[in-house]
Every structure is written in structure tokens, then in C-alpha cells.
Design a protein around this ligand. Structure first.
Ligand SMILES: Cc1ncc(COP(=O)(O)O)c(C=O)c1O
Length: 474
């Protein structure tokens, strides 16, 4: 299988320079090592217990380069998390570091004011906007993925004069305000009610491995999309469609389990939105900026959305997010009616432009190729590792869904997954889970990961899963 892929030796050599070469290297007898342990304890003593990273994989990040991370005890890890799909161009890419050094000595804070880097980024976003949005968007900047989604929904409401926002079951759009209300996971919602009102969840996403209609694609004839149509257009569904401004959709569900829909699902959903007279907001916060092998994941599906939200890898090493809206939608918004003090920061905008250049300079193709390569290895791995129930993805946005039994698809439990994550860390590989049952390992390394590091991490993954499967299988 892997012989079908050829890798360019010069490119691999260049990529190798971006990461710590000795990863994975574990030098302490236990993990976290003594310095890391002390820091984790001090920090958890100071901070609220709500955080995910230090609880899911206790590890202190003291330095990072390319697709590798070091802790203060001298351990070095291969990073299959990309800082949760943020460091698509790699940690501390020399061109990004150069940009930050240069720009932060010129201008550090501009209160949402015009600055040359912001002007340039705006031009670049116009250029890369997908389909008919190219050259036809108005941009608003935010500070995080959730602020981008909040802004998009706020503008959609103002532009349409309608109050409701719709989303899918299994969606993740953020953990604050309206975005928490759009997110459906009870892990994030249960203790934080009341949630923001004026939200509808219109139906299940096209999660074919766990189809709620118990059907098979393509014989199902997209039953899930038909259900959404019924929800939106039937006067008996309880949805006041006349008062819905927009539907927010992930092009590939992220936190919900790295779920790529079949190719005709999103076009069908877009058509339903048009029929219902509501805007389609494409949430690219996790899947965008080259993660799937294309700048925008929606480009895989031939849909032109009305609005797009970007976050995470747009700024990459620095926080930055943006909303791209078709010009006519936002043309009539009131001047002086929206502000975020630190949005459109000069240095951050310069970094986002550097990120776009790096992605255009070969990383999109690399993401696609490495993704196909990794998927082929993982699919082969299913012969040896019975707890892998499904492997799916696009580019380097790949899900390895774990089950206790392939026939019943009973998901592994979180108590069974945590030891797997810790054991991967102990062998020098950082991975994060996702999914409705917390049973999906997501492979989302920086796109600059070398073939060698990818091979090594997949080898470790196979060993660890084989080691644990005896106690998990039923
Ligand atoms: C699709 C999607 N939208 C929005 C967000 C929220 O982004 P942030 O955590 O930067 O607020 C996330 C975060 O994972 C996401 O995956």
C-alpha cells in the first residue's frame, strides 16, 4: 500500500528542519516528569478545573517547533494535535517568527483601526474566498472561533431582521454565549443553563457510520437531508422558519467526531436553505485553512456559502478570526454598530497573511497527500486492530473511531480512552479525542509533519491500540 506513495527527498529534508529531529524522545522515568508535574499542580491550584488539555493529556508545553513539542523535563513529543487544528503551518515556523519579530517592533496594538497589515490581509482573503465569494466579500475580524461565529450570527440577524439561528445536532461552534447554545454536547452545556434562546437544532448531521435512521449511503437517498427539509419546511415541525436568519454548518463536523459528510449532503442542505429563505453560514474554524487539503473545506463539496467563519489556523501561532460575508448581505448594516477592541491587530493580521502564503506554497498539496497516505495506513491497521471501527477524513483531518465491538459498534468508554491517550504520550505522541462518545482519536498534525514522524507516530498508535484492545473488546 504505502509503496503507492512517493515522497520528495528534498521536501522531506526541508520539512525536517522545521521540527525537533529527535522526537519522539522520552527521558524521564515517568510522565509528567518532575518539573512538569510541579507546574501542572501549581497551575491547577490557581485555575478553574474546567480545562480540557491538562486533564485529558497532562503535559506541559514549554517549546514547540514544526510538528514537535518539548516539555520542561526534556521530553520531546510528536504533535498530532496541531494545538487543536491551530498550527497548520507548524509551531514557530521561521517565516512566522520573522513576521512577528518584524511587525511587533513596528505596531503592537491598534484599536480596530486601519493598519497596513490589516489592509493586506483583507485583500488576500478576498482573493482566496471560495467560489462566487471570490472578490465579493466584506470582512469582519474577531479574536477566536467563537467570536467569529457570534459575529456571523449577529450580522445574519441584523441583515435579515429574523431572530432564530439554526444548527445541527452534534455541532460544535464554541463554548460561550450563543455559540454554546448552538453546540449540542451536554459535556459543555449541562451545568451552564440557561442557554441563549432563539436557537433551533434541525436534525442529525450526515454521520453515516452511526446513521440515526439505520440506513446505508447511498441507498438512503440522503434521508438525513430530507429530515432537515421536513424540519425546516413543514408547518408542523415546531420551527418558525419565517423567523430563522441562518443555519450554521460545519463542512466536516469537528468536535462531534471528525465526520465528513457524503459529497451530496451539503449541496442538498444549501438547496434547502435557499428554499427556506435562510442564510448558510459555513463554520470553517476547525476544518479551514488547509486542514483538509483545500484552503476551505467547503471547496470539497462545491457549495458557495453566504457567510464563512474562520479562526484557529487563520492566525495559527497568534489568535485571529474572521467572518467573510457576501457583500450584499452586510451592505446595509449600520455604520459604527459593531466593535471588538483588539480585533484586526496589526501583527496578528501580518501573521495570518504569512500563513496563507505558506499554505499556498505547497502545504495544501502536502495536507492532501499526507492525509491519503495516513488513511491508507490506518485502514490497513484495521486488519490488526479490531477496536478500530472506522477510519474517515479528508486531508489531515482524520478520525480513528474506537469501538468495543465492530458488529454492534458499541463505542469505547472515556475511562478506556484516557489510558490510551496517556500511553501514547508516554511513548512520545500527543493525540486528542473528540466525538459524541469521546471515542474518536483525531489525527490533525501540523501540515509540515515529516513522513518519518508520521510513520513513527502511526507505528506507536498501532502498538498502543494493540496493547489495550484485549481489555476493551467484547
Ligand atoms: C467548528 C468550530 N467552530 C467554533 C469553534 C470555537 O473556537 P474557539 O475555541 O477558538 O472559540 C471551534 C473550536 O473547536 C470549532 O471547532
Amino acid at each position: 500500500m504505502s509503496n503507492a506513495f512517493t515522497f520528495d527527498a528534498t521536501e522531506e529534508k526541508e520539512m525536517a528542519k522545521l521540527s525537533f529531529r529527535d522526537a519522539p524522545k522520552i527521558v524521564t522515568s515517568e510522565l509528567p516528569g518532575p518539573l512538569s508535574k510541579e507546574m501542572l499542580e501549581t497551575e491547577l491550584g490557581n485555575e478553574t478545573p474546567t480545562r480540557i488539555m491538562p486533564n485529558a493529556i497532562p503535559c506541559v508545553w514549554s517549546a514547540a517547533k514544526g510538528a514537535t513539542v518539548k516539555d520542561p523535563d526534556g521530553n520531546c513529543f510528536i504533535d498530532l494535535t496541531a494545538g487543536v487544528a491551530v498550527n497548520n503551518v507548524g509551531h514557530c515556523h521561521p517565516k512566522v517568527v520573522e513576521t512577528i519579530k518584524r511587525e511587533c517592533s513596528v505596531l503592537m496594538h491598534n484599536p480596530d483601526a486601519t493598519n497596513p497589515n490589516r489592509v493586506r490581509l483583507g485583500q488576500m482573503l478576498q482573493e482566496i474566498a471560495p467560489g462566487k465569494l471570490k472578490g465579493n466579500v466584506k470582512i469582519a475580524y474577531g479574536l477566536s472561533g467563537s467570536s467569529a461565529v457570534e459575529i456571523a450570527c449577529k450580522f445574519a440577524r441584523a441583515a435579515t431582521g429574523k431572530s432564530y439561528i439554526a444548527a445541527f445536532q452534534g455541532a460544535y461552534h464554541g463554548a460561550l454565549g450563543l455559540t454554546l447554545s448552538l453546540t449540542t454536547s451536554e459535556t459543555f452545556r449541562s451545568k451552564y443553563r440557561p442557554l441563549t434562546p432563539f436557537v433551533y437544532h434541525v436534525g442529525p448531521y450526515a454521520y453515516c457510520y452511526r446513521c440515526p435512521f439505520r440506513m446505508e449511503y447511498p441507498e438512503c437517498d440522503l434521508e438525513c437531508a430530507k429530515y432537515v427539509e421536513y424540519q425546516m419546511l413543514s408547518p408542523y415541525s415546531g420551527i418558525d422558519i419565517e423567523n430563522v436568519a441562518a443555519l450554521v454548518v460545519e463542512p466536516i463536523q469537528g468536535e462531534g467526531g471528525y465526520v465528513p459528510p457524503p459529497e451530496d449532503f451539503l449541496p442538498a442542505i444549501k438547496a434547502i436553505c435557499e428554499k427556506a429563505g435562510i442564510l448558510y453560514i459555513d463554520d470553517e474554524v476547525q476544518a479551514g485553512m488547509g486542514r483538509t487539503g483545500k484552503m476551505f473545506a467547503i471547496e470539497h463539496f462545491g457549495v458557495t456559502p453566504d457567510m464563512i467563519t474562520l479562526g484557529k489556523a487563520l492566525g495559527g501561532n497568534l489568535p485571529c478570526s474572521a467572518v467573510l460575508s457576501r457583500k450584499d448581505i452586510v451592505a446595509e448594516l449600520d455604520p459604527l454598530s459593531h466593535v471588538l477592541t483588539a480585533a484586526g491587530n496589526s501583527t496578528t493580521c501580518a501573521v495570518a497573511s504569512t500563513n496563507i502564503e505558506l499554505l499556498q506554497d505547497g502545504l495544501l498539496e502536502r495536507s492532501e497527500k499526507l492525509g491519503e497516505y495516513a488513511m491508507a495506513i490506518l485502514k490497513d491497521m484495521m486488519d490488526e486492530v479490531e477496536i478500530i471501527g472506522d477510519v474517515r477524513g479528508k486531508g489531515l483531518m482524520i478520525a480513528v473511531e474506537l469501538v468495543k465491538n465492530r458488529t454492534t459498534k458499541e463505542p469505547t468508554r472515556i475511562e478506556e480512552l484516557i489510558p490510551i491517550l496517556w500511553s501514547l504520550r508516554d511513548r512520545g505522541v500527543l493525540m486528542l479525542p473528540c466525538g459524541r462518545h469521546d471515542n474518536v482519536l483525531r489525527l490533525m498534525p501540523p501540515l509540515v509533519i515529516t513522513k518519518k514522524h508520521l510513520d513513527k507516530s502511526l507505528e506507536i498508535l498501532r502498538d498502543v491500540l494493540k496493547q489495550f484492545q484485549g481489555n476493551i473488546l467484547v
